[in-house]
Structure formats: C-alpha cells, structure tokens
Design a protein around this ligand. Sequence first.
Ligand code: ATP
Ligand code: MG
Length: 482
Amino acid sequence: MITNFIKQLFTPNGKKKSTAPTGSREAKKRARQKAQAPVSHKANSYPAKKHGINPKYISEAALMVTQTLADAGFEAYVVGGAVRDLMQDLQPKDFDVATNATPEQIVRLFRRARIIGRRFRIVHVPHKRELIEVTTFRANTENLDTDAHGRVLRDNAFGSLQDDAIRRDLTINALYYDTKRQVVLDFHGGVQDLDAQVLRIIGDPVTRFREDPVRMLRILRFMAKLDFDVDDATMRAMDECKSLLGNIPQARLFDETLKFFTSGHATASLDALQDYDFTEYLMPVLADVLDSEKGATWVRAMLEQTDARVNQDKSISPGFLFAGLMWPQIEKRWAFFEQSEPQIVALDRAIIEVLNQSNSGDQVMITKRFVADMREIWSLQPRLERRLPRQALNLVAHPRFRAGYDFLLLRAQLGHLGAHGIDVATWWGNFYDASAALREQMVTDLRNSPKANLNPITGAPVPAAKRRRRRKTNAKSAAPSE
Ligand code: ATP
Ligand code: MG
C-alpha cells in the first residue's frame, strides 16, 4: 500500500507530484481525513528517489555536524523545519540536528560549541557563518516536570530516536533525514500530512498544548508560511487552550512574536492571528490597534514593507517593527495629552504610558534595547515634522535618523501627515543624501523661507528657541592658566 502511495507521490523522473487535491477546501478536507496518520512506533523509511531531497541543499555545516557525530559513533539526523521545507521545495531557514549524543558529548566534539538553555538544553554549534542547533533525543517520559497547568518546565531526560519523534510538535516536523544513507525516517505519518497539506499535532492535542501552549502559535505561523490547513482535532484543541498563553513567560512570547513578524510571511501571519482570535493573547496592544481602520491599514502597510525587506534578504530592525506595531496607540494617546501639554511633552507622556501598559501583567515584554530604539524613532517624529532649520544638521546626524525618516515616509505615504507630508519627507530624504555644502545651503534656504517659523505640516507657528542661560563661570577656572 505504501508503495502505491509512493508511486502516486512521485512522477517516474523522480520529481515530486502532489497528490493533494488542489482547489476547494472541501477537497482538502477529504484528503485530510483520508490521510489520518496512523500512530506508529515503527518508522517508514523513504529513500532518496522518493522523498526528493537533493543532498546538495543540505548546508555544509549540517553535513559537517552529522558526519562528525557519526564518525564518533553516534546517531545523527537533520530534523525539523529543514526536512519539511526541503521536501516542499522551500529554502530552509536553518538546520537542526538530533542525535543520541548527550550535550556534554556533543560539546567535546566541536571546538566552538556551547550548551544553552535550561528548560530544554541544546547545543549551538557555529560553523563558518551558520549556526546548527543540536538536540539530544528527548525521552518520552510520563514524569515530566510540569506546573499546575501541565506546562513542561524542564525536558532534559534523554531517550531513543522513537521517543524523540513523539516529543516533537507536528507530524511534519518529526521527519529525520539521514545524510549518509539519504533516507527520511517518519514515525508519525508526516510525509502523508505534508502531501495532504495538513498541520497535525502528534498525540493528544490538548495535552500537547498544555505541555507547551507556544505550540499553538507555531501552528499559526506554519499555516501562514506553508498555507496548510489545520487538522480538525488540533483546531478544536487550539480553541479550547488559547487562554493558556497567559501562562507563558513574557520573554518567550516576545521571541515568538518576533518570529511571527520577521518570517517573510508577516501579513499572512497577521491574518492567521486575526482569523483564529489569537492577537490579544500574543500582543494585546496590537489587538487594540487593529480595532481601528486607520490602525489596521497602518499595521498592514508596515508588515508588507517588512515582508518585502525579508524577501530581498535585507535586515529587519525589531525596534522599527515594534515601533510600527504600537504607533497608532501612541498617536492616539499623544493626541489626548496634547490637549493639555506642549507637543513634545505630550508625546513623551504617551510613550511612557503605552510602554508601561505593554510591559506589565500578561503582555509581551519587549527587550530593553529594542525599547530604546522604539522611543528614539517615536521621539524623532515631531522633530522631523517641524523641520526647524536650527535642528536639521543635528537631526540628520542622529544615530536613529534613518529609521525615524523611514517611519516618517511611511506615515506620509499613507496620507497620515496631510497634504504637505510627502514634501517634508522628501526634503529629509534629499537632505540626507546631500553633500555637507548642499546641506548648509538647504538649511539657509529653509531659514530664509517666509514660512521658516511655521510647522510645514500643520501650518502652526513653532515656538521660538529658548535662549540658553549662560552658566556663570568660575573666574578662576575660566582664566587661562599661564
Ligand atoms: P523554522 O525553523 O522554519 O521556524 P522549525 O520547525 O525548524 O521551523 P524550530 O524552532 O527551528 O522550528 O524547531 C526545530 C524542531 O524542533 C521543530 O521542527 C520541531 O520538531 C521541534 N520543536 C520546536 N519547538 C517545539 C515545541 N514547542 N514542541 C515540540 N517540538 C518542538
Ligand atoms: Mg528550524
């Protein structure tokens, strides 16, 4: 039977052919039910011409790590996302390796290897510009160290390859590639599920979500990335277990949020979060922002820009991203405080209030160094809007100028800065690109313009510069000592 299945799966020239019916959700659902994976403790072994992975796409570092472990007498496989993605003709984000060597045995084999993590000890093996995560096979034990909700606090008991497979989250993430024999081992019907395009948790979904609620967020992320459906039982359990996310340490939620929005599938991830009502569990301030049409348009534009950057292999600044996700809330509170305070003071108050809310209670805690970037990007906004001649040279030299300018430009492009927003943003773009002499000239022109003392966006007069009071200098220290 499996031969038949495999025959269907591959064309005679060895190229993959999807057996999953394309088109209607109904058809997909039928295929899904048909593909109900039998829970087997014996692996199906798929040879090279059947799984279709071209060994030249296995990274040099992953090959080096599996080879070194095998030479030392250990079992070692490429596992997880890399196998899943290669079988889908996608480029893996990273390579993970699973082995029966213990963390201590692994670090002895690789000069720069380090053991990291407490809850789940793994070994990082850097090789050239890559980093391979090596994990020791987890034991399938009943005696996991859990909290009152069933969340696993520590998972460092080691076991066999079969045990390890059962501890993984999804069937499609529990495929093991033997780089030497070029076979894929599959204990839980992951190959069938890949073909039926279905995300299915291994074991009882509620128990598995209780052990680690973050698995639900991973499923939403894979839905967005792979455009797969979720198996019915897994979906029902996700509905039931949502609120367990409140029990996850904030730093881990923050990591997961970052993965959501920097995966290159940020807009699809947002759709998945929204469609399944998970936004408020991941990031409550974002749920508020998305409630307004203006906020939702802004966030979507921000995420489209982020996806475009990721897909062009450009870097993503988490500070910029989170500054964007929270901006509509800042803007709302800024307008409120501005009724009674000067513009800059009002913005400071809004920033403090929104950040305090986001970093307390059950909400995402944003890493301090990113918060510093966010504050600077936000604080630059009114300064860039005003475009005061006396501040222009200092502002363009500001370490966060580029991010602040990109932010201003997006606001202007979305029409959030009124009729003159684009002119002001364009001026800053030209000023940034200009030579020192041209910058001086641009500042002089600004100063001499009849509207030099008006905010170019609002048209309102800007307050004159405060005269700095000269500090009285001590006569002795001021006098040059001869
Ligand atoms: P990608 O790296 O593309 O985001 P991935 O599936 O490789 O996807 P990783 O976070 O790199 O995700 O994890 C590697 C593998 O470890 C997974 O494929 C899965 O087998 C296992 N894994 C990761 N997180 C969990 C979890 N919370 N519960 C169970 N298994 C997990
Ligand atoms: Mg991975």
